[in-house]
Design a protein around this ligand. Structure first.
Ligand code: PEP
Length: 249
């Protein structure tokens, strides 16, 4: 036993209107019945306050935050604003934001530190492209991302890492189990190098086409401490089997 409690987070991306609140409440009811897993949903900012109201037992988070507390940044939301409406965590560094908003490792480090300062927990994402994967550069790429984006004061009570191979996100493709084991082991080793003993307490999630059919196998891999789940987190029907697998893993 690693001593690390499994953690499964849904990432709803740009999905969900008020009509989804009953789905969120249904996920919350199933999660509340499970003892051995932490469950969160990272929602569009517009849904966060209403979801907390509809599902107070569930950890509700955001998918990004700005690195400044406030300022002239039209359309952006700060970590303090998210904390004020009751968000408990935020994702930073998702590959879709790295691509769409050209976020750098330095931006991601700054966002993680801003979230920490606002009292939010952080899920910091990393992952290689298909080209890097095919060239055998995945471990080098991911460990370099981690070194460059690691926030100061990294500690397991607020920081989680999510390894998400970009080519596996939303594609139905999943790496071989040996590749996942190798990568999660390499991330743990890099964390030890960067932050010492605290590395052993930090949870490392796998993300990329996780579903009810593959979750148990993925979650049984040493150093896979949970999942970051996109498409399959949008309904209780698809998400609950994943959180149940995590509770048994
Ligand atoms: C994600 O976007 O974080 C993700 C893992 O998506 P999916 O589960 O749909 O591959």
């Amino acid at each position: 036993m690693s001593g690390r409690r499994k953690f499964v987070t849904g990432n709803w991306k740009m999905h969900g209107l008020g009509g989804s609140l009953s789905e969120i409440a249904s996920i919350a009811a199933s999660a509340a019945a499970l003892d051995d897993v932490d469950v969160a949903l990272c929602l569009p900012a517009t849904l966060i306050a209403r979801a907390i109201n509809a599902a107070p037992s569930l950890m509700i988070g955001a998918q990004d935050c700005h690195q400044e507390r406030n300022g002239p940044h039209t359309g952006c939301i700060s970590a303090a604003m998210l904390a004020e409406i009751g968000a408990m965590l935020t994702i930073v560094g998702h590959s879709e934001r790295r691509q769409d908003q050209q976020e750098s490792d330095a931006d991601i480090k700054a966002k993680a530190e801003a979230a920490r300062d606002a009292g939010l927990s952080v899920i910091l994402c990393c992952g290689e492209s298909e080209v890097e994967h095919d060239a055998g550069q995945a471990v080098a790429r991911v460990t370099a991302q981690i070194a460059a984006s690691m926030p100061g004061g990294a500690a397991a009570d607020w920081l989680t890492i999510a390894y998400e191979p970009i080519w596996a996100i939303g594609t139905g493709k999943v790496p071989g189990m040996d590749d996942v084991a190798e990568m999660h082991g390499a991330i743990r080793t890099k964390l030890r190098e960067l932050i010492g003993k605290e590395a052993d307490a930090i949870r490392i999630l796998y993300g990329g086409s996780m579903n009810g059919g593959n979750a148990a196998q993925l979650l049984a891999i040493p150093d896979v401490d949970g999942g970051l789940v996109g498409g399959a987190s949008l309904s209780a029907e698809k998400f609950v089997p994943i959180i149940e697998a995590a509770a048994k893993a």
